[in-house]
Design a protein around this ligand. Structure first.
Ligand code: GLN
Length: 496
């Protein structure tokens, strides 16, 4: 029997209160999380690996700390999920790929080590598109994950498992990674909060690399306050990652509660209009997002609908040159020799390497490697890679110009609600999912998706807020204030 106070639907803040008030122990809370996973994960399939024994051990250790009053953090004793792209010492880590079928890392990613040091209880590794390439978690080498709001729909991706586990009430929070939208898009599809921090804010040591100039680790939570707490634990300089900012992490929660009064929010036209091909938000999404803009204005923010990011429309093409280029370099290490899957017994070493990559990578990953190798090859480099870098600089500058006159930018997170499994087969259509999220990665900006309503078939809609570099505290303040204006975040899927 689960103790009634042990409810994996709790927020981090609520769980911390109950753990400190002695209403519940971490072992009870962790058992409840594991039971919920057992009861629902045959349908949701959020997890590749569940680490039941290790979780109960860390929970018992957390209870010791809580009893002696030495709990290092509000996360102490709280059950969380980890995207399978993060290295976990002694626990199989696959990045959703056959290539890493047997990888048992000897060390923890820094973000994971920091959560462990905080006393958080990792219950397992969540499903994802192979090497974080995808928008639906259908490109996992293992199995697809379902959206808890409608099991026939996708949870988004690539961090689909991390979004689904929070939405399904299996874990209190989780970590994902976002290269072009992989935290915010699944958060929007699953009706939870997802935050991509400023580029360089969180150490990537132990994050299996996809596109190094874009990748960031960030939290999935039920509330904005929880996102601030989780970010606090993982952010800040790391001697093990030279690409991590040396600026110490500020207190991300200081401005929570300050409200929207006086904030200047830009709603750049390009995010709200249909482009030349007639692409834009679906009606239901547009209605929810427009409603959100009215709420923001009604709560004291000033809304600038005249703002413009003229080159933002090139973000998607820029991304699909840069991300594949970087991935073709990063994934060159999977050659069957150093680690991971290795095909043996071919006519030569080269034949084995070829077979390793042929058998170890899925179709989407191969497509990206080919695209990237092409874009970087002699004669094409200037035409594609260099050109994309120039446009990237242009986009960054346009964001800087908007932020000269605004505190925040508001945008939709996705053009549609979660689509049905198998519905999108054309890769380009799939890429269009990230049309609103990619610009923040291109410019290295922090951005959050939070629930703002429901549309077609009762599926959740996300609102995206984007802030200037290193302005997470302000971003979280506005997000927290918006969250208080409605109850969308409180609804739960009926699942089980
Ligand atoms: N969906 C995008 C892609 O396929 C973004 C993925 C990500 O953010 N990791 O590349």
């Amino acid at each position: 029997m689960t103790a009634p106070a042990a409810d994996p639907w709790l927020t981090i803040v609520e769980a911390a209160q109950r753990l400190r008030g002695g209403e519940v122990t971490s072992v009870e809370l962790t058992r409840a999380s594991l039971e919920r996973i057992r009861a629902t994960d045959e349908r949701v399939r959020a997890f590749i690996t569940v680490t039941e024994e290790a979780a109960l051990e860390s929970a018992a250790a957390a209870d010791e700390l809580l009893r002696s009053g030495d709990a290092p953090s509000l996360l102490t004793g709280v059950p969380i999920g980890l995207k399978d792209v993060l290295m976990t010492a002694g626990v199989r880590t696959t990045a959703g790929s056959r290539m890493l079928d047997q990888l048992i890392p000897p060390y923890d990613a820094t973000s994971v080590a920091r959560l462990r040091a905080a006393g958080a209880v990792a219950v397992g590794k969540t499903n994802m598109d192979e090497f974080a390439m995808g928008s639906s978690t259908e490109h996992s080498a293992w199995f697809p994950t379902a959206n808890p709001w409608d099991l026939e729909r996708v949870p988004g991706g690539s961090s689909g498992g991390s979004a689904a586990t929070v939405a399904a009430g299996q874990c209190v929070a989780s970590l994902g990674s976002d290269t072009g939208g992989s935290i915010r898009q699944p958060a929007a599809f699953c009706g939870v909060v997802g935050l991509k921090p400023t580029y360089g804010r969180v150490s990537r040591y132990g994050l299996i690399a996809f596109a190094s100039s874009l990748d960031q680790i960030g939290p999935f939570t039920r509330t904005v306050e929880d996102a601030a707490l989780l970010l606090q634990e993982i952010a800040g300089p790391d001697p093990l990652d030279s690409t991590c900012s040396e600026a110490p992490a500020p207190d991300f929660s200081v401005q929570l509660g300050e409200g929207l009064e006086g904030l200047r929010i830009a709603a750049p036209r390009e995010f709200f209009e249909r482009n030349a091909e007639g692409q834009g938000m679906d009606e239901g999404v547009a209605a929810a997002v427009e409603g959100a803009l009215e709420l923001l204005a009604g709560a004291g923010a000033s809304l600038d609908r005249g703002a413009s990011l003229p080159s933002v429309g090139y973000s998607l093409p820029v991304y699909y040159v840069l991300a594949p280029s970087e991935c073709s370099a990063n994934l060159a290490r999977y050659d069957g020799v150093k680690y991971g899957y290795g095909s043996r017994g071919g006519a030569s070493m080269w034949a084995d390497m070829e077979a390793t990559r042929q058998e170890g990578f899925g179709r989407e990953v191969k497509r990206r490697i080919l695209l990237g190798a092409y874009a970087l090859s002699a004669g094409y480099y200037d035409a594609y890679y260099l050109q994309a870098q120039k446009v990237r600089t242009l986009i960054r500058r346009e964001f800087d110009a908007v932020f000269a006159g605004a505190d925040l930018i508001v945008a939709p997170t996705t053009p549609t609600v979660a689509f049905r499994q198998g519905e999108i087969t054309d890769p380009y259509q799939m890429y269009l999912n990230d049309i609103y999220t990619i610009p923040a990665n291109i410019a290295g900006l922090p951005a959050i998706s939070l629930p703002c309503g429901f549309a077609e078939a009762g599926m959740p809609v996300g609102l995206q807020l984007i802030a200037n570099r290193n302005s997470e505290a302000l971003l979280l303040r506005a997000a927290r204030a918006f969250e208080g204006l409605g109850e969308w975040g409180l609804r739960r899927p009926s699942l089980g």
